[in-house]
Design a binder for this molecule. Structure first.
Ligand SMILES: [Zn+2]
Length: 58
């Protein structure tokens, strides 16, 4: 469902931001293993969500 995808996208974004804010290893240019995993999950959901938004309706 579209709502489910959006919720997962927002959750992944929040999880990544929370990690990046607390992690001393993660920077703009470099991420730790956990940070990379969270970022990839977030990026994948973001791509899927944005692709869905671009799709013509109706
Ligand atoms: Zn990190």
């Amino acid at each position: 469902m579209a709502d489910g995808l959006y919720q997962r996208y927002m959750k992944a974004a929040a999880e990544y931001r929370t990690h990046a804010a607390q992690c001393r290893t993660c920077t703009q240019a470099r991420r730790c293993t956990d940070g990379q995993r969270l970022f990839e999950s977030f990026a994948r959901l973001q791509d899927a969500y944005l692709a869905q938004q671009r799709r013509p309706r109706g």
